[in-house]
Design a protein around this ligand. Structure first.
Ligand code: NAP
Ligand code: ZN
Ligand code: ZN
Length: 349
């Protein structure tokens, strides 16, 4: 074991603060990563504030991790010390259930090991995430980072990127398809970029008038202010797919009404309270209301390689870790352009 420093929430009401803890030394199949940057996902905030009522404290959030490998175990074959590496939302899974066999570890039957807030089957206790100096991870859950992309702007691909890529691919976003994105935050801005790069006609729905120009710059063909009923109604029954990335309560039936016959609204945003669905929203036009959880390791690598080939990264604001509470406060006001990324060098200052 070795000592690691990071930032942790001690309980749901106290600001995150410096925290020292132990991590395991790399075993034969592990790599040790010095964390250079970590993205700030709204799930970190839901967890720190115990909004999903499953947080084990102290909680070290962070699952958009990029860094450099400093040591590898004796049986590691895919990485060497000095390589760049990424870690997303998972650090392990059972590896034998049908979902794991299909490369869909996020749907592992007994449950995958989350990068934070999961029981740690190897070291005991629970897992601590990327708001920290180092992490030890099985090489099977480590991603290769395209060398041509700016490293801090790659970090958010590890959650925001894959969480939107997976449903876009699963429901066939591409040329000739009309794809809606609801909410221009961390996930939403990656959905816009990726759907555009996949060749779909992209329509962004935002509550923020100040984000209209950005929506177009990021790749939306059309931007609709969701508070304007006429502008929303103009898109009735027209979407093949809508990806809803809103982190708070909102009227889901408004968007279900925009889906065409047999089309799908996929929910990736995870507000703490239920989102009531009026059954006639889905009976009418045989619509599908679906959910999607992050993405598997193989599809995460596919997404990273696609981003490398198409020069896609996240639009970021780099912050020192000491500003994490300010970042959370801005996130709650939908004032993020469009992902905060922590420069982990600030932990040493
Ligand atoms: P974020 O950066 O805070 O973005 C959320 C966006 O939702 C906001 O920027 C805002 O966009 C919109 N919004 C916020 N409050 C709203 C309201 N009351 N009504 C309508 N729109 C509102 O959050 P994120 O990191 O992208 O995460 C989004 C959600 O996805 C979170 O709940 C997170 O936990 C969840 N998530 C799920 C998965 C998964 O596997 N399914 C993975 C990661 C995260 P506008 O200003 O454009 O309206
Ligand atoms: Zn996340
Ligand atoms: Zn499994």
């Amino acid at each position: 074991m070795f000592t690691c420093t990071g930032y942790a929430a001690r309980d749901a009401a106290t600001p995150l603060a410096p925290f020292t803890f132990e991590r395991r030394d790399p075993g034969p199949n592990d790599v040790l990563i010095e964390i250079l940057y970590c993205g700030v996902c709204h799930s970190d905030l839901h967890t720190a504030r115990n909004e999903w009522q499953n947080t084990v404290f102290p909680a070290v959030p962070g699952h958009e991790i990029v860094g450099r490998i400093t040591a590898v175990g004796s049986d590691v074959t895919r990485f060497r010390a000095g390589d760049l590496a990424g870690v997303g939302c998972m650090v392990d899974s059972c590896r034998s259930c049908p979902s794991c066999q299909e490369g869909l570890e996020q749907y592992c039957t007994p449950g995958f090991t989350g990068t934070y807030n999961s029981p740690d089957a190897v070291s005991g206790g629970h897992t601590y995430g990327g708001y920290s100096t180092h992490i030890t991870v099985s090489e099977d859950f480590v991603l290769r980072i395209p060398e041509n992309l700016p490293l801090p702007a790659v970090a958010p691909l590890l959650c925001a990127g894959i969480t939107t890529w997976s449903p876009l691919r699963n429901w066939g976003a591409g040329p000739g398809r009309k794809v809606g994105v609801v909410g221009l935050g961390g996930l939403g801005h990656m959905a816009v970029k990726l759907a555009h790069a996949l060749g779909a006609h992209v329509v962004l729905f935002t509550t923020s008038a100040s984000k209209i120009a950005d929506g177009k710059r990021l790749g939306a063909d059309e931007v609709v202010l969701s508070t304007d009923p006429e502008a929303v109604a103009a898109h009735a029954e027209s979407f093949d797919l809508i990806v809803d990335a809103v982190a708070a309560q909102h009227d889901i039936n408004l968007y279900l009404g925009l889906v065409k016959r047999d089309g799908t609204l996929v929910q990736v945003g995870a507000p703490e309270q239920p989102l009531p669905v009026a059954v006639f929203s889905i009976i009418w036009r045989r619509r599908n209301f679906a959910g999607s959880l992050i993405g598997g390791i193989a599809e995460t690598q596919e997404m990273l390689d696609f981003c490398g080939a198409h020069n896609i990264t996240s639009d970021i604001e780099i912050i020192p870790i000491q500003d994490i509470e300010k970042a959370y406060a801005r996130m709650l006001k939908s004032d993020v352009k469009y992902r905060f990324v922590i420069d982990m060098a600030s932990l040493k200052s």
